[in-house]
Design a protein around this ligand. Structure first.
Ligand SMILES: Nc1ncnc2c1ncn2[C@@H]1O[C@H](COP(=O)(O)OP(=O)(O)OP(=O)(O)O)[C@@H](O)[C@H]1O
Length: 242
């Protein structure tokens, strides 16, 4: 069997984003290779969400580049990176219909849509909720559905923006277990969080942002045990830096 081509590495170079006369992302650069979970960590307003949105192509940088090994992060014309947001955006339809809609929008045929949808519902424990209106599901269930919907698209890279910040500890643990399983299966995850505990539990690598700048890019254990910068030391110590 041939290896599936990869959209990775992702190479971000001198990325700049400005709005309202302010530079909000300031010459950020990093590379994401295949596999592992990279956490973007940093205080409120440090530019984590903006960086993820720039990488996923939802925003256009004022300067700098986001480049993939494959054209725009696609393989055979299909985008192979997906994103899960802090607050899931669900259509006013059932859980099943939300997944089917995403698969239709990605251009899949009817048979494949049905197959992938059934697999995703099963895998994420949503079978019994399949006909429930998505917007009436609990926050944790909706986030599980958002991950299932993203997973159904077979992304090689999954961006997640504070996926558990609205959830209780039980739902958070469930989502964290799912993310660890996806990483174990070889999916590459890039997640923003300001939850230090979560970053410690999940991260292989940490990108620490402060005021729109990438201050540290380190292996997770090294970051948590001996950060280089005073800003990261203060952040880890729980002092507010912004
Ligand atoms: N479209 C916009 N116009 C103006 N300012 C913006 C815009 N989007 C974001 N910002 C500002 O840019 C800064 C960085 O925002 P971003 O959402 O990336 O932060 P963050 O690190 O994800 O923070 P949080 O942890 O609070 O979600 C914030 O000060 C935010 O208010």
């Amino acid at each position: 069997m041939r290896d599936t081509p990869s959209i990775l590495p992702l190479t971000v170079t001198d990325l700049v984003f400005e709005a309202g006369g302010r530079r909000l992302v300031d010459r950020i650069g990093f590379t994401v290779a295949r596999g592992g979970l990279t956490v973007l960590i940093g205080p409120n307003g440090s530019g984590k969400s903006l960086t993820l949105r720039l990488c996923h192509g939802l925003l256009t940088p004022a300067a700098g580049t986001v480049s993939w090994a494959a054209e725009l992060g696609t393989i055979a014309g299909v985008k192979r990176h997906a994103m899960v947001f802090q607050k899931p955006v669900m259509l006013r339809r059932s859980a099943r219909a939300n997944i089917l809609h995403a698969l239709a929008a990605a251009g899949l045929g009817r048979g494949e849509r049905a197959e992938r949808c059934a697999e995703a519902l099963e895998r994420f424990g949503l079978g019994v909720l399949a006909d429930r209106p998505a917007r009436l599901m609990s926050g944790g269930e909706q986030q599980r559905l958002a991950i299932a919907r993203a997973w159904a698209l077979r992304p090689q890279v999954l961006f997640l923006d504070e996926p558990t910040s609205q959830l209780d500890p039980g739902a958070t643990r469930q989502i964290e277990e799912m993310l660890a399983a996806l990483r174990g299966e070889g999916m590459t995850l890039v997640m923003a969080t300001h939850d230090m505990g979560q970053a410690r539990r999940l991260a292989d690598r940490v990108l620490f942002l402060h005021r729109g700048r990438l201050v540290e890019d380190a292996e997770a254990h090294a970051f948590f045990t001996g950060p280089d910068s005073p800003e990261a030391r203060a952040f880890i110590a729980g002092d507010i830096v912004w």
